[in-house]
Design a protein around this ligand. Structure first.
Ligand code: THU
Length: 131
């Protein structure tokens, strides 16, 4: 399944809209019931409106009704497996994940937890929102 998820993230990366940075990123998230949702980075002429691949993947899943996740894989053409940005780490911290797979286009991977990526995070437990 992890290979399938990486393949989905790589395919999503091809759809990246990154005319400004030229840095294409793809992400794929596996839900608890085995569905895969993908996202790519979408940039904007108003640069700050850019949304990262990881957030677009998670938001696509949420928009389709998913609420439980297992794994997210993010991939870019970097020397080392790509590190998610801080904003994406905060979005990931909203939901329990078994693991996060950082990858590059050569297939190098690094498996991490959200807690490792964002220790001592502010999360939903602080607010106890309605589920
Ligand atoms: N980017 C992502 O999609 N995910 C990350 O975690 C890091 C950054 C995108 C945003 C922007 O389109 C480009 O990479 C360069 O920062």
């Amino acid at each position: 399944m992890d290979k399938k998820l990486l393949a989905a993230a790589l395919a999503a990366r091809e759809n990246a809209y990154a005319p400004y940075s030229k840095f294409k990123v793809g992400a794929a998230v596996e839900t608890a019931d085995g569905h895969i949702f993908t996202g790519c980075n979408v940039e904007n002429a108003s640069y700050g409106l850019t949304c990262c691949a990881e957030r677009n993947a998670v938001f696509a899943a949420i928009g389709s009704g998913a609420r439980s996740f297992k794994v997210l894989c993010v991939v870019a053409d970097t020397e080392e497996p790509v590190a998610p940005c801080g904003a994406c780490r905060q979005v990931l911290a909203e939901f329990p994940f078994e693991k996060i797979i950082l990858a590059n286009c050569k297939g190098l991977t690094k498996v991490m937890t959200v807690a490792e990526l964002l220790p001592y995070s502010f999360g939903p437990e602080a607010l106890e929102p309605e589920k």
